[in-house]
Design a protein around this ligand. Structure first.
Ligand code: X2X
Length: 328
């Protein structure tokens, strides 16, 4: 106690650092979803371990960017957002390297995702984020994105022909679905459910957890194809100015708790998938599982995406990632 007081008297800066401080955390999905729960877990751990001196306040539904999730990274860079748990998809317009995870059929399973995020690819991706003025801290996971629609079973690329599919606001998705013969339309998550409800679009793609919690089956999405074509990791990150204003101790606390919350969310989200799938099927959704030949047809149909996106992502990063997937 005397030591703490002594320090405070000697160093007014440290004394002010020790005052309670609240930081904002942006997420796209609320705590009804694993993604929002990841941010809440982070906040809980920080509050607990800082003895209440540091508080994280979670702002879900991309409300700090008026619902425009592709502006989240820029808003964090500008200091309008202190911290975020964001999807690689939503940040990819500002960080081209993040498109790596959206390359169709690059990661066949969870081991492949982990090989990238925990390996050299992950390091390079974090370095790219840092070079853009954001401090990345840890990984989470939104999950493998499966495609649904309101009219038919999708078992081959042909079935996608002419279907209007809502995609996230990242140009790579436009290219993937165009390559498959579909008619992709970019829109925010906030606009997606209304568009599905009115039939303005025929389909969408999102992880099982999102399909389940958002009750996408209730807006006419009666066909779901499990194709695991890509998965979006989540990244816990901080605005650089905020980061630099924190004490060494606070930085360690934020990093460790982000890693813990991320690992917790990844495990919880993966474990929940079997039950989610059972629930979705029980609601009458027609679920299609593809065999190896069918998967290969989708891989073949999307090769052009590699040709156009590898140079933007970086040849060497894509090579590194391929090798890490191969070894996983
Ligand atoms: O908009 C989506 O589809 C969502 C919620 O999955 C993302 O933010 C990437």
């Amino acid at each position: 106690m005397a030591g703490v007081l002594g320090l405070a008297l000697l160093s007014p800066l440290m004394a002010s650092d020790a005052e309670a401080r609240e930081l904002s955390v942006s997420t796209v999905l609320s705590d009804a979803f694993p993604w929002g729960q990841a941010a809440e877990k982070w906040a809980e751990l920080v509050e607990e371990r800082s003895g209440g001196e540091l508080t994280l306040r979670v702002y879900p539904n991309a409300q700090l960017v008026a619902g425009d999730q592709t502006k989240e990274f820029s808003a964090m860079r500008q200091g309008l957002i202190d911290l975020a748990v964001g999807s690689t998809i939503n940040w990819s317009p500002q960080v081209p390297e993040l498109n790596l995870f959206s390359l169709p059929f690059l990661m066949p399973d969870h081991a492949a995702i982990d090989a990238l995020t925990q390996g050299e690819s992950g390091k390079q991706v974090f370095a790219a984020i840092e070079s853009k003025g954001i401090k990345p801290l840890a990984w989470g996971e939104n999950g493998f994105r499966e495609v649904s629609n309101s009219s038919k079973s999708i078992t081959s690329p042909d079935d996608l022909k002419g279907l209007k599919i809502r995609v996230v606001g990242s140009p790579l998705f436009q290219d993937t679905f165009t390559a498959l013969g579909a008619n992709p339309t970019q829109m925010s998550w906030a606009d997606a459910k209304p568009a599905l409800t009115t039939g303005a679009v025929d389909g969408q793609e999102n992880p099982l957890s999102v399909f389940d919690v958002a009750r996408i089956d209730q807006v006419g999405q009666t066909h779901l194809t499990l194709w695991h074509y890509m998965a979006d990791p989540l990244i816990f990150a901080a605005n650089q100015r905020v980061w630099k204003s924190l004490s060494e101790q606070e930085r360690t606390l934020l990093t460790e708790t982000a890693k813990e919350a991320g690992a917790w969310e990844i495990a919880m989200s993966r474990e929940g998938n079997a039950q989610r799938l059972a629930d979705i099927e029980a609601r009458g959704v027609n679920v299609v599982k593809l065999d190896e030949d069918a998967m290969q047809a989708f891989r073949d149909a999307t090769q052009s995406v590699y040709a156009s996106w590898t140079p933007k992502i970086g040849e060497s990063l894509v090579e590194t990632a391929r090798a890490e997937v191969e070894a996983s």
